[in-house]
Write a protein that binds this ligand. Sequence first.
Ligand SMILES: *[C@@H]1O[C@H](CO)[C@@H](O)[C@H](O)[C@H]1NC(C)=O
Ligand SMILES: *[C@@H]1O[C@H](CO)[C@@H](O)[C@H](O)[C@H]1NC(C)=O
Ligand SMILES: *[C@@H]1O[C@H](CO)[C@@H](O)[C@H](O)[C@H]1NC(C)=O
Ligand SMILES: *[C@@H]1O[C@H](CO)[C@@H](O)[C@H](O)[C@H]1NC(C)=O
Length: 422
Amino acid sequence: MRPLHLHRILLKSGFLLCVACSTPSSAQTERQNIPAQAQTIDQKTFNVLQNVPPPSEYGGFLAWIPFGPPNATLESLVARPFHIYSKEFEDIIGSNPTLTLLNHTNGDPLFHEAPVWNPSTDEMFFCQNSGATAAGTGIQKSAIIQKIKLSTITSNITSQRNASGSVQIELVTGDDGAKVMNPNGGTNYKNKLLFLGQGKGENVPPAIYLMDPKPPYDTKVVLNNFFGRQFNSLNDVSINPRNGDIYFTDPTYGFVQDFRPAPGFPKQVWRFSEATGAVTVVADGFSMPNGIQFSPSGSHLYVTDSGMAQGFRGMEYSNPSTIYRYDVSKDGTLSNRQTFAFVTPGVPDGINVDTKGNVYVGCADGVQVYNPSGKLIGKIFLGKGVANFQFAGKGRMVLLAETELYFVGGLKAEGAFPGKLY
Ligand SMILES: *[C@@H]1O[C@H](CO)[C@@H](O)[C@H](O)[C@H]1NC(C)=O
Ligand SMILES: *[C@@H]1O[C@H](CO)[C@@H](O)[C@H](O)[C@H]1NC(C)=O
Ligand SMILES: *[C@@H]1O[C@H](CO)[C@@H](O)[C@H](O)[C@H]1NC(C)=O
Ligand SMILES: *[C@@H]1O[C@H](CO)[C@@H](O)[C@H](O)[C@H]1NC(C)=O
């Protein structure tokens, strides 16, 4: 999740960089043979800055504002949105990556989280923000789930940067929460779609749901308690490719966004075996465990901690904005928690991996890409936040930027779990 009031402040406070200067810096000089929509960024050009502003200059929100090298402008960074920080990124974007706006709203955060690609119908499912004031969701009504058909995204569409309105968006679940109450996380599971609901108020507990991907989207609850106790507000989920168990995060965003009661559990990562019914805790010690993703072989687990963002309670800058990595044993237990990367701007949210083990994370400037050693190698730069995103097999991705829905095409990279059906 990402609390929406932050976006407003981010836009109000403007861009960090000097928008008056438009001379391309050496960092942005185009290298030979890089794609038309890409630019290289040399971190050495900003290791030393003439002016390093205090957070107070931006009302304390400096940590949320996109950053770029000296003399870059927000416009120049958005104009060629594939930012190459390391040559390795060229292998990911290939020779002609594309970024296209598919739809936008006048403030309703319809494009938030739970992106799930269903390969048999080539559809991408996703949900509205639960708890955001602009959505009116959370305590009054549930966020909705919608979908788009990726096969309708023609090359005519991907050749445009702004093709807003060219793709039909279909309603999957309504706002009564009967199918999934305040959804936030999702993944493929056993030929179906698995969604996490954050619950609503005191009386609708958070739950894990299994949904048929075809209308009328028959749905059943498969877990809604731990020995009779409600979870806090289930957030995101990943399936262990080695044992098929469901690993999920349970932060307290429902509470800090005023649609769930005070926490009843620590903020933990849980594991559920549908086969045996066993529910266990596999990790704790988080401020806000959020995105979760196994590595391609299942030997590692990544968990994002977005504790810097405390929902309606504001920001706590000394909390993590961090991706952690665990070793995963054959028996499915976790060990050796490592600090994989600290992310700026904003907080790391949804997380995915490609077949080569590179790590992609949504944050306040778009999608950032880290190599398996935790080095930033590139960005898909929107200049605004992406809460979550998903690969749709080879070369394609859908980005959920709250009020904007984007399609990325032509990548060389491929998602590690292309709609894998466990
Ligand atoms: C930024 O632009 C100014 C004025 O054009 C120039 O003097 C300076 O060298 C540039 N800085 C970089 C890092 O390119
Ligand atoms: C491609 O888009 C243009 C408008 O931008 C439209 O006139 C044309 O019919 C489209 N072609 C196809 C094959 O959809
Ligand atoms: C995209 O185009 C629509 C008009 O079709 C416009 O209203 C919208 O602001 C544009 N969005 C961006 C990000 O350029
Ligand atoms: C977004 O999609 C909806 C549903 O398909 C459509 O009604 C609306 O016109 C689209 N809006 C824009 C700005 O593209």
